[in-house]
Write a protein that binds this ligand. Sequence first.
Ligand code: FAD
Length: 469
Amino acid sequence: MDAGLRERLLGIVGPQGLVDDAAAERYLTDERNRYHGRAAAVVLPGSTRELAAVMALCHAADVGMVPQGGNTGYCGGATPNASGEEVLIVLSRLNRVRAVDPLSGTITVEAGVVLADAQRAAAEHGLLLPLSMGSEGSCQIGGNLSTNAGGLAVLRYGTARELVLGLEVVLPDGRIWDGLTALRKDNTGYDLKQLFLGAEGTLGIISAAVLKLFPMPAARETAWLAVRDLEAACALLRLARQVVGDVVTSFEYVTRPSLELALAAMSRLRDPLDAAYEHYVLLECSASGATGALGEAVSGLFESALEAGLAEDGVIAATGVHRAALWALRENVPAGEKAAGGSVKHDVSVAIARLPELAARAAAAVAAVAPAARLSVYGHIGDGNLHFNVLAPAGADPEAFRAAHGEAVSAAVHGAAAALAGSFSAEHGVGQLKRDLLAATESSLALEIMRGIKHVLDPKGVMNPGKVL
Ligand SMILES: Cc1cc2nc3c(=O)[nH]c(=O)nc-3n(C[C@H](O)[C@H](O)[C@H](O)COP(=O)(O)OP(=O)(O)OC[C@H]3O[C@@H](n4cnc5c(N)ncnc54)[C@H](O)[C@@H]3O)c2cc1C
């Protein structure tokens, strides 16, 4: 990079928008500590205009740009490469809630708004932004949309993509595409926003979005149930939808080893049941209209599940504090894995009916290549999505285990998903971690279309180079 570029960046964003070398370190390593990059500059634009000027400058100078939100992504998509030539563009200062429209049920937010802050802004108007995940205290709307994040309420409300009405995007050359519409019906030509949702910053930088809001649930019922096995968990999902209807909001699965990792990492967490079981479901139902019967319906479901032999034990949250404690068990599984030295993570999905077969196949395939490895299996089974994570054997060095067996273990798990017509990336994206996997498994026609779209929007290839494609 020519020395003058840094000066010109400084001229656009001012001293508060250009990070010095010492402070830059925290932006250059990914959430999982797998990727360590270097950057010619770490820039934090304070407005869409500044962002556009930064991008136009980098584009003209043929400098690669890497967007970063909360840096909680699991695939290294927000980490620059090791060349030290790319500019890292951090969106944290684009953090204004521009508007909430209670009648239309929309919120207009800038890309750097932290997800939990956007939820709070909606709640102040009695409305629900249903996107929710364990990282919500630090991940940002721009990152959520660029990864098409899933999370804990997809079953009821869909993935991030399904919550978006409009986008404002800065293209690689600095032009601003104003697609910030709040229209719920708009069939005027191609739906351009879809290109940027899930694109992981390879086509442009999302600077703002209009998101759908929903009535705030007046009643919530949350149950932690020990179930016989994964097959029983899937049968319970069906029963829940028959008995309680479309108010089933979350249906999460946790195995005993995953629970134990969370319990070991967080001393404030408690196993809510007296005995230990191998399989658990965290079920949440919520309703905003006529709510009277919800508690009875969930109690009835629990009894039916016990009678049918699907559930073996369980507890229904009695208070909000109790509910939060149950959710903390599920949400702290990733932290538990991290505290145990990390895992070889997988984010696979199949049709829900095939989940038990997926788990069995993947376990057998992993045992064949790493017999002593420990499994931590949990996930959003209401969406057919398992996090089938593999840890080093007890007492073994996690880093050495990953280096020796990580590749074979991942091939085993991804092979099991592929054999069942599943996906190797249900919700975490591709980034740099799974780029080769995408190239190896996607059809040549699909890859040709993706590369064509990339070429139209980013002919110079300066937008998040080396990621996704
Ligand atoms: C404890 C924990 C729990 C998690 N749970 C879930 C879960 O349940 N479901 C789930 O889907 N994920 C989950 N994640 C993963 C992660 O939080 C999500 O992928 C999240 O959407 C990433 O947001 P971010 O702001 O941190 O993005 P980053 O990590 O900063 O970036 C992710 C990608 O988006 C790009 N990007 C960021 N901002 C923009 C922008 N404004 N415009 C264009 N591109 C951009 C980056 O270049 C990168 O490619 C979890 C992570 C943790 C640590």
